[in-house]
Design a protein around this ligand. Structure first.
Ligand SMILES: [Zn+2]
Length: 406
């Protein structure tokens, strides 16, 4: 239903501090399920988060000697489910008014719970004591958690130029901190800080933050460091050569500032800029001839040009009778006519037919003067394969994508 950390865990495990509630038992409407449909799971878990144990003590083995460390809750042997009648007594509290099954820290139905005791409240409030309470920072920093400090400064930061960042609305005793992509030059406790790219960093996601004197992050801002990184190119990689254009997109990783100008991008297709038209973050490319192509793109920001992202693309010849069936489970039939290139040279040719897997491993090979060639694929795993047909004239094969599906 839910779980939470205890305040004692905070010092050793601050990142796991908090409360988790199943969506079926959270709040009082929507997906919430009876009889835990009044939000009391949250009440109990926040109770644990504020140092309260279960009303019967915190032992999984029931006992009268295990206490919840609160003096005004009756001693209780074990937990209660459903909604007992009042009064209910047990082995630890044998006389009326009996045990406190209506306390938020028992396991009774939500509708049956209605109270914390004064002792429980005192135990929870002690966590907020201004001198040594474990959760006192919530009170001290409440104003800054509700209205965080505001960080401003230029983006990106280049290795050639440091940048001044400014904070407003920070509490006294605050300090600046950065992640490993950045370094601070000079003081980190003034409202203005001087940021540099860290040694040996070329580019990536920098982060700058404002921390309270006790180390709580009150505000953070991501700042891109160095030239842009295009992580990949997306677009078609296997299609028929011809006069239709294919569209490709440059994908950026991380929190990089957007680059809107077409001139901030450079697309290349086999080092030939004429068959590709850049529109900035995307480009249209033409593949008139069957071949494999090398597509690349790079981008620049105020720090300079980033490195290239690449994509290998195959454009295949038109084939009058494609292999069949496709997808196939047992056999693949390949009908061999005369290719247009061999026909034009009037030659009688020998075909070389090969089947590769997606990693380029040769799985099947045969040669033929024509007619129909049959490959067995019944023992190949499901997946995508590539059929290459060399006609002995054209140095580049005709390529077909084959799907094996059992
Ligand atoms: Zn509990």
């Amino acid at each position: 239903m839910g779980y939470s950390s205890f305040p004692a865990d905070f010092a050793s495990n601050p990142n796991l501090d908090g409360v988790v509630i199943s969506y079926k038992y959270f709040g009082s409407i929507g997906t919430v399920a009876s009889p835990y449909n009044k939000g009391r799971t949250t009440t109990q878990e926040v109770g644990h988060w504020l140092n309260l144990y279960h009303i019967w003590g915190n032992s999984s083995s029931s006992s009268c000697s295990v206490d919840d460390l609160v003096t005004d809750t009756p001693n209780q042997y074990s937990y209660n489910f459903s909604c007992p009648n009042f009064p209910t007594t047990d082995a630890c509290t044998a006389s009326s008014p009996g045990i406190m099954f209506m306390n938020y820290m028992d396991y009774t139905d939500d509708a049956c719970m209605n109270m914390f005791t004064n002792g429980q409240i005192t135990r929870m409030r002690a966590l907020f004591d201004s001198s040594n309470g474990i959760r006192r920072q919530i009170l001290e920093l409440a104003d800054y958690i509700i209205t965080p400090p505001v960080i401003s400064g230029g983006n990106p930061i280049c290795s050639s130029n440091s940048q001044n960042y400014v904070v407003s609305g920070a509490p006294s005793g605050f300090y600046w901190d950065v992640n490993s992509f950045l370094s601070i030059y000079g003081s980190n406790t003034n409202s203005t800080v001087n940021l540099n790219v860290a040694n040996s960093i070329s580019n990536g996601d920098g982060m700058v933050c404002i921390k309270s004197s006790s180390g709580v992050i009150l505000a953070k801002k991501y700042v891109w460091v160095g030239p842009p990184i295009i992580s990949s190119i997306s677009g078609p990689t296997y299609f028929q050569a011809g006069y239709n254009s294919q569209t490709y997109y440059a994908n950026f990783s991380g929190g990089q500032p957007s680059l809107y100008n077409t001139s901030d991008y450079e697309w290349l297709l086999n080092h030939d800029i004429y068959d590709i038209y850049s529109y900035g973050y995307y480009a249209n490319a033409y593949f008139y001839n069957a071949s494999s192509y090398y597509l690349s793109v790079r981008a620049q920001n105020t720090c300079g040009w980033g490195s290239k992202a690449n994509l290998i693309v195959f454009a295949y010849d038109y084939s009058p009778s494609p292999p069949y069936p496709n997808p196939t489970s047992d056999v693949l039939n390949v009908e061999l006519g005369q290719s247009s290139s061999s026909k034009s040279q009037g030659e009688s040719i020998t075909y070389d037919i090969r089947l590769y897997d997606g990693q380029g491993n040769l799985l099947r090979q045969t040669s033929s003067k024509g007619g129909t060639v049959q490959f067995s694929v019944s023992n190949l795993p499901d997946g995508i394969y590539y059929l290459h047909i060399y006609d002995g004239v054209n140095s580049k094969p005709e390529m077909q994508q084959i799907v094996v599906e059992h």
